[in-house]
Design a protein around this ligand. Structure first.
Ligand SMILES: [Zn+2]
Length: 419
């Protein structure tokens, strides 16, 4: 089966079922067996048998009767007189948790091989897409063992990402890479907390959120953030600072310091806070105007006094270039220069970043507050589309420890494996 061409597993099942509907009863016993024996190993495993059962049980118009997998597994067991192990899936979830807590991500030893053998239901030394889907289903559950539903198509795409030689199977070499880059990361993440701009000016200073249209109180983020810092072990904690020189381009008070581009609809004399102006230059620069805020070394630029600052934390400063603003903690708005954040995270081998702070519209939901209610919903949609998960702080601990495994991040990281 060619899943690389995004042939859905559902199609695979459908085809198989269609073939069977046509052919069961017509095929000789041996041919029928071969139709279902996808692993080509001379016997049917329980999953192949379940596919067979699903093809068998339908009404005269082809509508399937639903039969629990457990029932079909029991039928399988009745015919499996030599009692091959058919307890798939159910005993997999613990085997992800049982391993030592501190598994280095480079480790591809016995545990990895054991897992492959456990998953390799056809006992041929590699995984097919169905076995891989069983593995995914064992991976994606919350801390209480409730499964997250993931479409088979998504899981088949993940399978295709790790099937690097595109032969339709994941062999031991491919599985080792899959283990190291993906399974180990999902089960034993290295989490970082990014605390964004929890500074006086945004809380009760010149750009106080209390006065912004969303009516959020910036000070409300402090308690949940402190709670996270107290209760969750992070491999890195990073505080970002909006950190402007006095002559910064985004300050309304500086609007007359630079020549305006002819395309700017707002003139310097009439400019007010929130206006977007265009300054002249080799490349005209669009800038949103703010009151003076977070001026380097001023009270307004300090972190709020009630915010816990943990030992060994990293500090990242943005907006330090007077000529360009910076909403991102990674880049300035023109993507001209990078902050140290990226290298800090890479150096420490961080796999998951939890974002909290100010301002959401421009992260952990109850630990962020925003400026404008209109941009909140559009930002939420944008983040979700990027594969970002929006969560409440009470879920962070389980996620940071790998007990609660959301498929969203795992699916995007599998895509990156290929990119
Ligand atoms: Zn700023």
């Amino acid at each position: 089966m060619d899943v690389a061409n995004s042939t859905a597993v559902d199609d695979y099942f459908d085809n198989l079922v269609r073939t069977c509907n046509r052919e069961v009863g017509l095929l000789k016993e041996k041919e029928c067996f071969e139709t279902f024996n996808r692993g080509k190993v001379g016997f049917l495993n329980v999953i192949e048998f379940i596919v067979l059962c699903e093809a068998l049980f339908h009404d005269s118009e082809g509508r399937k009767y639903n039969v629990e997998k457990q029932r079909m597994a029991e039928i399988f067991a009745s015919f499996d007189t030599c009692r091959l192990d058919y307890s798939f899936g159910s005993n997999l979830a613990p085997c992800f948790i049982e391993g030592p807590r501190e598994i280095p991500h480079t480790w591809v030893g016995e545990h990895c091989y054991n897992l492959l053998s456990k998953m390799d239901l056809t006992l041929v030394g590699f995984l097919n897409v169905i076995e891989f889907i069983v593995l995914c289903e064992a991976l994606f559950h919350d801390s209480e063992g409730r499964k997250y539903n993931v479409e088979k198509q998504r899981m088949a795409e993940i399978f295709a990402s790790f099937d690097t030689n595109k032969d339709g199977f994941i062999d031991l070499t491919e599985f080792q890479a899959c283990w190291k880059e993906w399974i180990a990361v999902i089960c034993w993440p290295k989490p970082a907390l990014l605390v964004i701009d929890v500074q006086n000016d945004f809380i009760n200073g010149s750009l106080s959120m209390d006065n912004c249209p969303a009516g959020h109180k910036g000070v409300e983020v402090i308690e949940p953030i402190n709670g996270l810092l107290e209760n969750v072990t992070f491999d890195a904690v990073v505080y970002s600072y909006d950190w402007h020189p006095e002559n910064h381009i985004s300050f309304l008070s500086n609007v007359k310091q630079r020549p305006m581009d002819a395309s700017s609809t707002v003139k310097p004399e009439e400019a007010k806070v929130g206006d977007v102006v265009v300054f002249a230059g080799s490349q005209p620069t669009e800038v949103v105007l703010w009151p003076d805020h977070c001026v380097q070394n001023s009270w307004g630029a300090e972190l709020h006094q009630n915010l816990t600052v943990v030992e060994g934390a990293e500090l990242v400063y943005k907006g330090t270039n007077p000529e360009i603003d910076s909403f991102s903690a990674f880049w300035d708005n023109g993507k001209l220069s990078e902050t140290e954040l990226d290298s800090i995270l890479k150096k420490r081998g961080i796999t998951d970043v939890f974002c909290v702070g100010l301002a959401y519209d421009y992260c952990v939901d109850d630990a962020t507050r925003s400026i404008d209610p209109d941009t909140v919903s559009s930002m939420t949609a944008e983040l979700l589309a990027l594969g970002v998960e929006i969560i409440n702080s009470d879920k962070v601990n389980d996620m940071a420890r790998g007990y609660d495994r959301h498929p969203t991040l795992a699916i995007s990281s599998a895509k990156n494996f290929n990119a």
